[in-house]
Every structure is written in C-alpha cells, then in structure tokens.
Design a protein around this ligand. Structure first.
Ligand SMILES: [Zn+2]
Length: 450
C-alpha cells in the first residue's frame, strides 16, 4: 500500500477517547490515545480493556494536546508494550504529565485500582519528544508537522505527508479571540490535502459571542463584590482557569477590584498555570502587547494561590467579598466542594458556572435549580445566586469550524468527522457536503484508505 490508511478507535460518534491509527510509509502511527470520559462505570471498564491493536507494533504516537480525552490512556499503552517516541508540542508534553499524574491518583479511588501508576507515568514521560509548530519531523518517508489549533496551550493540528498524499487532523479547534492563545492556524504552506479529520464537538451549534460573555462575567463579579458576597467559580484546571485569571487581571488593571482577594484554590490548576506562564511563545499578539507594557497576563495584585489544604481551609474564616476559583469544574470532587458546603447556604454568595456541566453532576443539579445539595454527607440548602455563562467554550462552533475548512488549501476534500455526539458529527458532515466536499461522520473502528 503506497497511500495512507486510517482507523478510528475512539471519538467516533462521541466526544471522548480520541485514538486514531494511521498506517503509511511502512509505519504505524497513533494520533492521540485518550481516555473515555463521562459515561460512568461503563467507560471506566472500557478504559481498562486491551487495545484493539498491538501496542508494541506502534512506531510512534503523536499527541494533538494534553487534555485527558486525548492523552489519558497513553501510560496504559506503555504498560501494554509501546516504547516508541511520543511527539508533542513541548507545552502539550508538560500538560500531559500533569494530567497523567492526576489521572493515576484519581483512578486509584475506583474499584479495580488505579488505571496506571506513577511508574507508568514516569516511563511515558521519558518517551516524550518535543516538536514545535511547523518543525518537520521525518520518519522514513513520512513527514509530520504540527500547526497551532488555538484550543489550549500547545494544542495542535497534525499534518501527515507521504508519497504525495496528505492527511490533516484538525485536533480540537479553539474559538477565535480566546485570550492568551492564538486563533487556529489558517496559514498553510501546502497546495492541497487529500483528507481531513475534523472535530465536531459543537458541529451543529453556535456560541454566544465571547466579548458579550466576558462583559456579563465581569458584571456578575462586580455586582457580587459590591454586595460583599463570596464569588465561587468552579473551573477546569486547563484553559478555563487561565482565562479567568486573564479577565481578573484585566479588572485589576482597570482598578475594578480594589482589595478583593482572588484565590486560586486548585493544586492542579496552579501547576497548569505555571506551564501557561512559561510558554510565552504560544501567546497571541494581544497578550504580547500586555507584556510589552509590563503587564503579565496571569499575575496581578490580589491573586493568591492556595497550595496546601490547610490554606484552603482558611477560606471559611474569611470575611467576604472574595473570589475563589477552584476545581473541579463540574463540582464532582476537589476543593470547590468544601467552599460550596461553607458558602452555598448564604444568599450573599454567587456561584458562577463558566463551563459545561455534564448530566448527573452536582454542577448540573445546581444550574437546574436544586434547592438542597448533599456534600460530604451533609445537606446544604442553596441560597446562593447561581449564574451560568455558556459563552466561554474552548471549542469552535459550527460557523467557526466551517470558516476553518474554507481556509484550508486546495478544492474538494474528503472530510472524516469525529469527536462529536452523533447529531453534531452528522450535522457538520451535512454542512461540509453543502460546501461541495465529500464528508461523513466516522463510525467506531471504521477504516479509510487514501
Ligand atoms: Zn480538548
């Protein structure tokens, strides 16, 4: 076979578990090796199953980004016999290591023991090989390059080229105007593509404007602070927390937050924020402008990082107003729980949800109006004001995805739509067909050849 074949072992007609096997130029390359998430017990079982291919036969892995659903099963692949190189943007590598350690620790709490242990994480870390954006990597006749996908720090689209054939993986694509990050790449230096694997998380939906969302967010915070309330922000550790810090920095710069402490209370988010602070080469022009004027975008007077759990427990004694950013983003665990236990009963408190809340989570119950919640075996009557902001998505919506495809080189292409629930994936495929392309939502384990 002189072309390229691709088979989807995850994120087909669903969002999580990205894992695609590419065979070309005599090599077997795995693009992403992610964990299934959100499906409870059933997914936890599937994550422990053997891989449907021979791990030791894989020549290399390429990671599009550090999120758990793209990188989280890699230490398992290593335990199962893979010992080749793992190519990833340097920021992706650093974020993935944080994610793996967290995953090893969290999975130890479930029946069946940890999904993998620290030793597997260490061995996987040693296999990481940094690959910068646009840097050409050659494996025999195969060339691999990464391009900025604007989703989280280090996130990449992956271009594979061999024998005149080109296959592009979009990776998770961000939304334009996300703070700190550049917009997804539209500057391509090839003249055509044979096939494109494109994500479709929001393939059939449109987002509210980010600028409006940011304004709404600032208004909510300022109103709560003016009423001397506690502001609790359940936040995901990667991406969303750093964006929140960016907006609080803007407010601090504009003297809108006089003497109000902003407490970052998540050890994982603190580690991730350090990675964000150290990879300035990934920043967009707006962020660089701030730095040139002496303003560091994720540091400001009033920001305090609570490292130990003893520090976290002092929040209970604090006199509001104060802002607490804590994990987990859906209130399924983490330090946000004891803050909710202490403050959700007060009518001066505001809980601001800045991310999507999965079904069955405490966060979802709260945005659905639960009057009483149970935390650590204790009932809490909810008197806090609950605010939900849906416009902070890290994923491109339908129109942004289509705009990204229009900027790709060449004419008609074959789009393989993955990383979306069935309706979203089929919806985006239909839109792409209207654009004159061949497009289909990929099925689990489906094989394509070009
Ligand atoms: Zn992602």
């Amino acid at each position: 076979m002189s072309g390229i074949s691709i088979q989807f072992f995850g994120a087909a007609l669903r969002v999580t578990g990205s894992c695609s096997l590419v065979q070309c130029a005599g090599k077997q390359i795995l693009v992403d090796c992610g964990l299934l998430q959100g499906g409870g017990e059933e997914d936890r079982e599937l994550n422990r199953e053997d891989f449907p291919f021979e791990p030791s036969a894989i020549d290399a892995v390429v990671l599009t980004h550090g999120h758990l659903d793209h990188s989280g099963r890699l230490p398992r692949l290593v335990e199962a016999g893979f010992d080749g190189p793992v190519f990833a943007h340097p920021a992706t590598g650093e974020l993935a290591v944080i994610v793996w350690r967290d995953s090893a620790r969290l999975s130890a709490k479930y029946d069946g023991g940890p999904l993998y242990d620290e030793t597997a994480v260490e061995r996987t870390t040693e296999l990481l090989r940094p690959l910068r954006y646009r840097q050409a990597l050659h494996l025999g006749d195969l060339q691999i390059r990464l391009f900025d996908a604007g989703h989280i720090l280090g996130s990449s689209s992956v271009l594979l080229e061999t024998n005149g054939k080109r296959l592009l993986f979009s990776g998770d694509l961000g939304t334009p105007n996300t703070p700190i990050l550049r917009d997804p790449n539209t500057d391509w230096d090839v003249d055509r593509l044979d096939a494109v694997v494109i994500e479709s998380t929001y393939g059939n939906r449109l987002h509210k404007s980010r600028a409006e969302t940011v304004e709404e967010f600032k208004e909510i915070v300022l109103r709560s602070v003016a009423h001397k309330g506690m502001v609790l922000i359940p936040s995901f550790a990667i991406g969303r927390t750093q964006e929140m810090l960016f907006h609080f920095n803007d407010m601090a710069q504009a003297d809108q937050l006089p003497r109000v402490p902003v407490l970052l209370d998540s050890p994982m988010a603190e580690k991730v924020t350090e990675v964000y602070r150290s990879h300035r080469e990934c920043y967009d022009d707006e962020t660089w402008e701030k730095i040139k004027h002496g303003d560091l975008p994720m540091r400001f007077d009033g920001l305090r990082e609570l490292v130990t759990s003893a520090e976290s427990k002092t929040v209970k004694q604090m006199a509001p107003p104060a802002v607490v950013i804590a994990g987990s983003g859906m209130c399924t665990g983490g330090r946000i729980l004891h803050h909710l236990k202490d403050f959700a009963g007060r009518d001066s408190t505001t809980v601001v949800f800045v991310g999507w809340q999965g079904h069955g989570t405490l966060g979802r119950a709260m945005i659905d109006g639960a009057e009483r919640i149970r935390i650590h075996g204790q009932d809490v009557d909810v008197h806090a004001r609950i605010e939900t902001l849906g416009g902070f998505s890290a994923h491109a919506d339908r129109d942004t995805l289509i705009a990204w495809t229009r900027a790709l080189p060449g004419g008609e292409k074959h789009f393989l739509v993955n990383h979306g629930e069935e309706e979203a994936a089929r919806g985006l495929a239909a839109e792409l067909r209207k654009e004159g392309h061949k497009a289909q939502a990929v099925e689990p384990e489906q094989l394509f050849e070009f």
